[in-house]
Design a protein around this ligand. Sequence first.
Ligand code: ADP
Ligand code: MG
Length: 729
Amino acid sequence: MSNVRFDALKMTFDRRPVDVTELTGKRSELFGLNVFGPAALKNFLPKEAQAAVTDAIEHGKKIDRKVADQIAAALKAWAISKGATHYTHWFQPLTGTTAEKHDSFFEPAGDGTAIEKFDGGQLVQQEPDASSFPSGGIRNTFEARGYTAWDPTSPAFIMGTTLCIPTIFVSYTGEALDNKVPLLRALQSVDHAATEVARFFDKNVNKVIATLGWEQEYFLIDKALAMSRPDLMMAGRVLLGHQAAKGQQLEDHYFGSIPERALAYMRELEIECLKLGIPLKTRHNEVAPNQFEVAPLFEEANLAVDHNSLLMDIMEKVAARHNFKLVLHEKPFAGINGSGKHNNWSMATDTGVNLLSPGKTPKSNLQFLTFFINTIKAVHDHADLLRAAIASANNDHRLGANEAPPAIISVFIGEHLTSVLDELENVSDGNLSPEEKTELKLNVVGKIPEILLDNTDRNRTSPFAFTGNKFEFRAVGSSANCAKAMTVLNLIVAEQLRKFKTQVDDLVDNKNLKRDDAIFNVLREMIKASKKIRFEGDGYSEEWVKEAKKRGLNNFKTTPEALKVMKAKDTLALYERHGVLNAVELEARYEIELEEYIKKVQIESRILGDIARNHVIPTAVKYQNKLIENVRGLKEIFGSEYAKLAKEQINLIKEISDHIGSIISNVEKMTDERKKANAINHADKRADTYCNKVKPFLDEIRYNCDKLELLVDDEMWPLTKYRELLFTR
Ligand code: ADP
Ligand code: MG
């Protein structure tokens, strides 16, 4: 009888690095080749239409139907010149992935011939059959229809032979059904708020964009091996499996030389991405075996989010060509480092200034301090929202797992900036002369060293760290759509900057303070008020958990707990104040997140139940029978003396029976709990029950299965082992 595991292993031995054509040549020449970017715009569009597109991108101006027709004609001509035959509205439904439905340009002309057709109407709006995308009840209550509408701020691109048009996805009544709409709204809000504050320092500023540079971590597992693991294929992570004798403790993989096969994959990935305008820049090994990272240069946040969604899609396609299974799960292998997607975030003005760059002069330092301290205060006030934005069944396995950022949200700023803030906090300007005040300001602001731009001052255990000229939100999950984290971060910073502006204006208008003094006063109060969110120590330590508790910081370990803040009155008020989500939209998102959590745990529980009963137990019984046969044989040969000789075998037989018994009873109990949970009407109670009553059985069952893996004959074990999954290159 064949063993799936050995068949798979045999297949992998024949794998050679797959190389693709077009690997040579300058990367710069490939960049943006398949994007309807500035160059294509210039070549294919009349001047007037070009200006309309620029206006739409930069000032959010509407594009009228006549111009839309011109743009559609240009897009069609461009796409066909590149060999495209189809077009699609490309959007990001709340499944977290991307969606597309291809239509052909081809249309019968009615006289036996055919034409290629694509006009403004088809560009601007579509009605995909979207009834199976999650809507959290929005489309049930109103209208079953959902519409996609063109987002001119993100350029169209060609994937394969399909012209893809980035769009938003909304219901008939205008409610957001995707990740992009709230992001665009939050970006608009932070633009307005940050522009007003930036104008304190420079009247020439008219627009502020949020910037995002993500870093994507992932695993590459040989496809044949991955396919021999039903859990990895269906749940994206292994639900059982004993750790290999060697894990990552030697740290020999991190930044080591990239294995040939993986490198061939990366090369092709880079080429595909560059053609689509995704500015991939770095690639390297990560900490765990067969774990890697890829990162681009940062971009405007909406574009960067689109590019990350696109990247995840391309990664999977390219992986298949190289006989790899791409694993984006946050924690595919218990006991081995998980994967994240660090979100490097900052704000930049249309005058070209990074608002989180300390700069060289005191003036820009005061501006820096303003945006820096406001961000810290925003995180302090809304830490729970940030935590909710990264909550998922997958990420629960990673956050706080002693290698990933903890589930406690805190901010790391480094030694230098800590001392700058301490100094600022401790001065009282009540009896200082104007000269002394100026001196104080110059001293404080002059003290921020450029050296910070260096990588020396790093704390990798913090979920939200300042890294020289940007904040790095490290707790975002590797499979997540970064729109969620980016929406919340930009929203809370917008809220904080609005408050700040009001407070400063008030001191200037009503207390006769000079503006710089007013800014200093408000910043000082903010430093005091947000102190508890700052933590410079080891985020992985037990002491921090205790200390955080003392400080009153929340430590939501599970998704159902973390999501509860979405139900708070204040949360809705905040979202409404900035027009990011209304009550219906927010409620729908809460429901969708819970449902997704429930489904994930439910699926994992079913898969593990199946594997335990259909793979593990039959194998254990088979091996146990071999042992029994052996004992019988010994008895036959040695008579009454056999008991001494077969002592260990008999113990083993008992031990196997114990594990089998435990697995069977736990699978039964888990199934019962699942049934009970499924009968609960309210999603939040159902999620709690899945979390607290069903999920614990996963660990219990796994424990016994993993023990059996160690006891049973290796030749009989049907499930590909850790060492094979992780060390096959
Ligand atoms: P690492 O964090 O690995 O040391 P870097 O500090 O060079 O690497 O940058 C990591 C990421 O941060 C990159 O994707 C980079 O584009 C991004 N980044 C750099 N500056 C900014 C910025 N001003 N805004 C947003 N992202 C940025
Ligand atoms: Mg980083």
